[in-house]
Write a protein that binds this ligand. Structure first.
Ligand SMILES: C=C(O[C@@H]1C=C(C(=O)O)C=C[C@H]1O)C(=O)O
Length: 172
């Protein structure tokens, strides 16, 4: 039997920022597997060198897409922070309840390749939502709509809801 993938279970968040929010949730879910790849190893949750490399890359690519490099880097910085919220939360959960800890350890190199693909999708969606993300009240309403609907349609637990708020905090 094949493993259940994110796309099998993912819902669709509402509104103009729904598709972007779906990708953000998908990236948070990858964070679960990052945690599983690191838990019980000496790999730290924080990898500043990898983060720097990702942010440098998105700055360059943002410029080429006509996106503001600093705003784009801030968005990806939030994605990284949110992933670490998930990772820390799961480490705490698995330490307190070892019976819930993962029994297989996915390969971090493969997961990072998936994250790189998600970066491309996220950049495309940021470009597609550039007008909707003009700072102001309409954008903030769209963010709330996407966020609250994602909580429900993706059945997010408290930890992932918190991480989603972090991930969407500087969209407008
Ligand atoms: C996801 C990882 O964990 C952390 C989060 C990162 C991210 O979300 O891109 C990058 C490096 C780490 O600080 C990872 O190590 O790849």
């Amino acid at each position: 039997a094949s493993e259940k993938t994110v796309t099998d279970t993912a819902g669709h968040a509402f509104g103009r920022l729904g598709p972007l929010s779906d990708l953000v949730v998908e990236r948070l879910r990858v964070g679960d597997r990052v945690a599983a790849s690191k838990f019980g190893t000496d790999k730290p949750i924080d990898d500043p060198a990898r983060e720097e490399q990702e942010l440098a890359s998105v700055r360059t690519r943002a410029f080429a897409l006509g996106l503001d490099p600093e705003r784009t880097a801030a968005f990806f910085s939030d994605q990284i922070t949110a992933s670490k919220v998930v990772q820390r939360g799961l480490f705490d959960r698995w330490t307190a309840h070892p019976e819930q800890a993962p029994t297989t350890r996915p390969d971090l190199t493969e997961i990072r390749a998936e994250l790189d693909e998600l970066t491309t999708s996220l950049l495309t969606e940021l470009a597609a939502t550039n007008d909707a993300r003009e700072p102001g009240a309409p954008c903030r309403v769209d963010v709330l709509e996407a966020q609250i609907s994602a909580d429900v349609v993706d059945h997010l637990d408290e930890l992932h809801r918190t991480a989603l708020r972090t991930a969407l905090q500087s969209l407008c």
